[in-house]
Design a protein. Structure first.
Length: 630
């Protein structure tokens, strides 16, 4: 590589020894540059400037061509991977179709003729535990050896004898481990989920993880060239742990969509999916009679059911003083806010301002919203705790984005919510908004909040579950402020967070975290090529500068390891064990606590009184044309 010499300033100097015969006029002529000399100076500058400009243009063109090539390659890679994933899902759906009809020949048609796998055999089930009528079996491979396609018939025939009736079956991609488009090969981790019954009339449910190596055929259809059993579990039992007594209990609540979202003022024109958002249930002994009562809330109405103590409930909404026609509700909290030993009621709303009702200790409530200062719209969740140890319980509520004007900025790292709010309880059923000075606004689309003293320093910390992005652990510093310690604690947990809860799951004396989230059959789509594609789109659409803070924050969390993000985004529910030093370890895979599905809510409690915390999590969403997607 050559460089141009530095530009020179030309001067003409007199000789060191001046001849005696030289007259003053001659000396002056020698010392003064000639017109020809002065003319060369700008001419040389212009020439070099022209050369430099041409070189710069060539360099810029080269960079542009390289950038276009790189961007096109990223785009091409993302498209190829997307097409491969779509075709693989069709392939797995076809496989399940043969499984449901018990068509062994159909199953075998999904394998290559030269199929071979090391250490394969018949799948056996070994009893691991038996409690409360439920038997749990682990899968093992019997007499492992090298398998060819002819050996697969016996394997599948034996497997089908264990389920006489198949009610549901799904075969989904968990992750894409390797993909060679040119060679037409792909390696994936997959999960086969079957629910049905056996000849003994027991309910049977199995989840099995395989590593599949596949080849693309002449017609661009896939065939399994090799497979490896990674882990399998089967649960059998009478499915009679609980009895549905809804009808005889007197609970008549029926959930509705929020009618306000169909009106011009609140219509979610940008993010229309918000019209499906609903509320939930809160429980408390609101009348102090020793029995836990129920409050149902959603966008259409609110109903309070008083527990009569005999397994039956009475609708006391109208007699309690609560509004019977409340629209736009999203979350409710029963909590004693004025320390008078009965539980007051906070209602967070999406379409409309929040409400606060004082418990009158006689089974009725009084609306004290006007003076309470609890306002806020697009509220999605709320939780209460005494964050500053002053003896009064405070309220922290999470908010989503305004769907009338905003969309999530990305599918994997959105930070454009309306912002969460911390309300400091003044002790007289009024509150002061301390969000800014406490540092808890957050920026994610919050759907879950849990309070707990995870670091055992005597004050309450917050774990926030966010949709379309990362979650946040906010450590209470004990001086009225909080610090975001998500990165250093290992709890960022990027994904579609829906709820969060604390409990000591391993009985070691400290509190662990469980997060409910989305575990989709499309998890593979959150891959590195797709993430890089967002960067390319930002560059091409001229929004790179606007998106830069988001990418910078993401880079701070992950570095350049975009593959890690791809694994995180749609991996589903997460269990994080407290290490006792301010950090957490993700033990989700070992604990097997992230089945496929869209898990809205979760709780940890000891349901069978054996001294161990169990997990209950609620699954469901809109059923589309492909009801077995999740």
């Amino acid at each position: 590589m050559s460089t141009s010499p530095p530009l020179e300033t030309e001067t003409v100097s007199a000789p060191e020894t001046e001849p005696e015969e030289l007259q003053p006029a001659a000396r002056e002529a020698i010392a003064k540059p000639s017109p020809e000399t002065t003319a060369k100076k700008p001419h040389r500058w212009r020439k070099r400037l022209a050369y430099g400009s041409v070189a710069f243009l060539f360099l810029a063109a080269g960079v542009g061509i390289y950038a276009k090539f790189a961007f096109d390659r990223i785009e091409e890679r993302a498209v190829q991977l997307s097409e491969a994933g779509v075709s693989l899902n069709k392939f797995l759906k076809s496989y399940v179709g043969a499984l449901r009809t018990r068509d062994v020949d159909g199953l075998l048609s999904h394998y290559t003729d030269d199929y071979t796998a090391e250490n394969e055999g018949l799948w056996t089930e070994v009893l691991e535990s038996e409690r409360d009528g439920a038997k749990v079996y682990a899968w093992q491979t019997a007499d492992p050896r090298t398998f060819s396609k002819s050996d697969l018939r016996g394997q599948h025939e034996d497997h089908l004898t264990r389920v006489s009736e198949i009610d549901q079956a799904k075969f989904k991609i968990a992750s894409i481990e390797d993909f060679n488009h040119d060679a037409g090969t792909i390696r994936i981790r997959s999960v086969l989920w079957i629910r049905g019954s056996n000849e003994q009339k027991e309910s049977v449910e199995s989840r099995t993880w395989f590593r599949l190596s596949l080849k693309r055929g002449d017609e661009k259809s896939w065939k399994i060239a090799s497979k490896e059993l990674l882990y399998g579990q089967t649960v059998k039992g009478p499915r009679k742990g609980f009895t549905d007594i809804t009808e005889e209990s007197g609970i008549t609540f029926k959930s509705q969509h929020n009618p306000l979202l169909r009106e011009a003022e609140w219509r979610p024109d940008k993010f229309a999916i918000m019209k499906y958002a609903a509320g939930g249930i809160t429980t408390a002994d609101y009348d102090n009679d020793g029995w836990v009562d129920l409050l149902f809330i959603d966008g259409g109405s609110t109903q309070l059911f008083r527990n009569l103590g005999n397994g039956k409930f009475a609708d006391t909404t109208s007699t309690s003083g609560l509004p019977t026609d409340l629209k736009g509700g999203s979350v409710a909290l029963f909590v004693d806010l004025d320390n008078d030993d009965d539980k007051d009621l906070f209602i967070g709303r999406g379409t409309g301002n929040n409400l606060l009702f004082k418990n009158n200790a006689d089974g009725t409530f009084t609306d004290v919203t006007e003076t309470a200062n609890v306002n806020g719209i697009w509220v999605s969740t709320a939780a209460a705790a005494d964050y500053n140890n002053d003896g009064y319980v405070d309220i922290y509520f999470g908010r989503y984005l305004d769907p009338r004007i905003n969309l999530p900025t990305t599918n994997f790292y959105t930070r454009n919510s309306e912002g969460n709010t911390l309300l400091k309880n003044n002790g007289d059923l009024t509150f002061t908004d301390v969000t800014k000075e406490s540092g808890v606004r957050e920026g994610g689309l919050t759907l879950g909040i849990a309070w707990a003293d995870y670091d055992e320093d005597g004050d309450q910390d917050i774990y926030v579950a966010n949709d379309f992005g990362r979650n946040a652990l906010l450590r209470n510093e004990g001086d009225g402020t909080f610090s975001d310690v998500s990165k250093e604690s290992g709890t960022s947990n990027i994904g579609y967070g829906m709820s969060s809860s604390f409990a000591d799951i391993d009985n070691d004396g400290d509190l662990d975290i469980y997060v409910a989230a989305v575990h989709s059959g499309q998890r593979w789509f959150g891959n590195s090529a797709t993430i890089h594609r967002y960067l390319v789109t930002s560059f091409r659409e001229g929004t790179l500068w606007e998106d830069y803070p988001t990418y910078l924050e993401l880079y701070d969390l992950l570095g350049g390891n975009w593959e890690a993000l791809g694994e995180e985004v749609l991996k589903g529910n997460t269990l994080m064990l407290n290490n006792g030093d301010g950090t957490f370890s993700d033990v989700t895979e070992q604990a097997r606590v992230n089945p496929h599905g869209w898990y809205w809510s979760s709780a940890m409690f000891d349901f069978d009184n054996d001294g161990l915390q169990d997990i209950y999590t609620v699954n469901g969403w809109i059923t589309g044309k492909e009801p077995d997607d999740l």
